[in-house]
Ligand binder design. Structure first.
Ligand SMILES: [Zn+2]
Length: 148
């Protein structure tokens, strides 16, 4: 667990997403009218302006669309862990939706345990759910085929 980790702010739009991650489900908000997916969650569909939505269950698989390795100066909670990775994951169900997170070797592993020099764009990954931090489960990603 990272002390001082920045957690997302909770509001009525994002709270359902983190309710699902706490149940180890990755879901995306979709418009009930036109089926457009949107991330981050928000009250109105940017495509048709409908206020109705549903939460579609995703397979949890994806591919690395991009990644970065942050360098200092960083927030105190992160500077001791640098270098670490941040990946952007494209999901097959909705290619325009991308999730960000850390590529880890195990759900509760350190965010710097993967050698970032070996990360490749296009690598298949699978969502994993670590233990909650202050009640929030932030999804992470593991290489497909990796064992926990
Ligand atoms: Zn819509």
């Amino acid at each position: 667990m990272i002390e001082g980790l920045l957690l997302p702010g909770m509001d009525e739009d994002s709270e359902p997403f983190f309710g699902f991650t706490a149940a180890h489900e990755l879901r995306v908000q979709c418009c009930s009218n036109c089926d457009s997916a949107r991330m981050p969650p928000r009250p109105m569909c940017p495509n048709c302006q409908s206020l109705e939505s549903v939460w579609e269950l995703l397979s949890g698989s994806g591919t690395i669309w991009s990644y970065c390795v942050p360098h200092g100066p960083l927030l105190p909670a992160y500077s001791a862990l640098a270098p670490f990775n941040l990946i952007i994951v494209e999901i097959p169900e909705h290619p325009a939706i991308r999730f960000c997170g850390n590529l880890v070797a195990s759900p509760n592993g350190a965010i710097n345990e993967i050698d970032h020099a070996g990360i490749r764009i296009g690598e298949p990954v699978q969502v994993v759910f670590p233990e909650p931090v202050d009640g929030v489960v932030l999804p992470r990603w593991q290489r497909q085929g990796a064992t926990n």
